[in-house]
Design a protein around this ligand. Sequence first.
Ligand SMILES: [Zn+2]
Ligand SMILES: [Zn+2]
Length: 120
Amino acid sequence: MLQQLCWLCPAALHSRKELKSHVGTEHQRLDIICPWCVEDVPTIMSRPYDLKRHVGRWHEAIADGLNQDIFTEAGAFYLALYPKDYSKVVKPLVFTTQAAKEAREAVKVWRETSQASKLK
Ligand SMILES: [Zn+2]
Ligand SMILES: [Zn+2]
């Protein structure tokens, strides 16, 4: 069986799935931001499911109107802190889908209103 090599360290994993969790837990490269938090320090989550819970709790007013595909691994790509690394282990949701559009729009507003200068 083919080994999956980590591009960030010398580790070799046994499957894509293991590589994905390795990249997420060892390197935090699957982190995603909450674009609806406009504090100085960005709210960062490591799993789309955690973000979904966070949004339901803290941004209740907008949670209902959102396309729920944003909170899938594929959709959360558009909220990724390291999109390049993210897309190596998760296939992003198609650019033109409603969820992708909403996520990009939210991030755009967030960049304009929050202290997002630390992020590339
Ligand atoms: Zn690694
Ligand atoms: Zn938030």
